[in-house]
Write a protein that binds this ligand. Structure first.
Ligand SMILES: [Mn+2]
Length: 325
């Protein structure tokens, strides 16, 4: 096997040598996917590169304060004026997580995969996957350093958002001494930590709060209180008028209940499929459970999409989880 750092060196010389670079975060982009993509985009732009970041859908409103918005586009299949020499997938465990942009990724001259999911399927020409990194933000930080670029104010904000969101504000088990070393350097640049935190952690839309109420209403405790389950039906989504992104984090309500090891959020999508979010507290590897249903993720946070109705999805998941409790 090729040593990891050699791959990273190759990726860096590749990025240095090409002009038109396309960055693609995963569908339903979260703080890490958004922050890491923009940070990398801004750094490459500073090197004089032409950069585009294509998102699958609008980014959540709470990230609108991020710098580098001029690099962002919502992907439109009809408009293909940017012929990328390199396409870089960010925070994307497998190709399907690129959604409609999968073709545009594969059509690029060279493909790169920068990620930290331990379930990554190594789908690119160059794959740099570091599961021990709390966020792709940590990897992008390293890339920018290795390219001898300065981490400026705007890049710092993006990396701070990437790392702080994927670590749950430095509370999750993926937080390491290295995480804090990187963050200390970002704070040295005088970014406004309390303002950023307020925007990303302490601000909710009214609809989000209504959705939390709905999720709490459906809460079930199973297996002697070791599994917590929330359900959000399509009907509830419509009645509240909530956006998909507003379901983010609802699963943590169940996870926070004393005695719960695994929390599940089942969300009925418009097409009838069931989106599953899984979280665990101390020992169950939920990426393994999600992987069994063709999903993926991290040990303590994972997800998958299932066919069929809520009741059958619930039963299949419980059967798998019980084996691990
Ligand atoms: Mn991530």
């Amino acid at each position: 096997m090729v040593p990891k750092d050699m791959v990273l060196n190759e990726i860096i010389s590749l990025l240095k040598g090409k002009e038109k670079i396309l960055i693609l975060p995963h569908v339903s982009a979260d703080g890490d996917a958004i922050g890491s993509s923009i940070a990398l985009g801004l750094a490459l732009e500073k090197m004089g590169k032409q950069v585009r970041i294509y998102f699958e859908e609008e980014i959540p409103d709470k990230y609108n304060f991020l710098p580098g918005q001029h690099l962002i586009e919502i992907y439109d299949e009809e408009k293909k004026e940017f012929e990328a020499e390199v396409a870089v997938a960010i925070d994307t465990g497998d190709e399907n997580r690129l959604g409609k942009r999968r073709d545009v990724f594969n059509e690029a001259g060279v493909t790169v995969n920068i990620d930290h999911h331990n379930t990554n399927s190594m789908y690119a020409d160059f794959n740099f996957v570091q599961p021990h990194c709390s966020a792709v933000g940590e990897i992008v930080y390293r890339i920018i350093k290795m390219m001898d670029l300065v981490i400026d104010y705007d890049i710092s904000i993006c990396l701070y958002v990437a790392i702080s969101t994927d670590t749950g504000g430095f509370r999750y088990s993926n937080t390491t001494p290295e995480t804090h070393r990187i963050i200390s350097e970002l704070i040295d640049i005088d970014i406004d930590v309390s303002e950023i935190s307020r925007r990303i952690f302490e601000t909710n839309s009214y609809k989000k709060i209504k959705l939390m109420g709905a999720a709490i209403d459906t809460l079930e405790l199973l297996e002697n209180g070791r599994i917590a389950l929330h359900t959000i039906t399509n009907e509830v989504m419509k009645a509240i008028g909530a956006k998909e992104e507003e379901c983010d984090g609802l699963v943590n309500i169940g996870r926070s209940i004393e005695g719960v090891e695994v929390a599940i959020l089942l969300r009925e999508l418009e097409n009838g499929e069931i989106r599953v979010n899984l979280r665990s507290n101390t020992y169950v590897d939920v990426s393994e459970i999600a992987g069994f249903f063709s999903g993926g993720g991290h040990i303590r946070a994972a997800g998958c999409t299932m066919e069929g109705d809520i009741e059958s999805a619930k039963q299949k998941l419980i059967d798998k989880i019980v084996q691990k409790l």
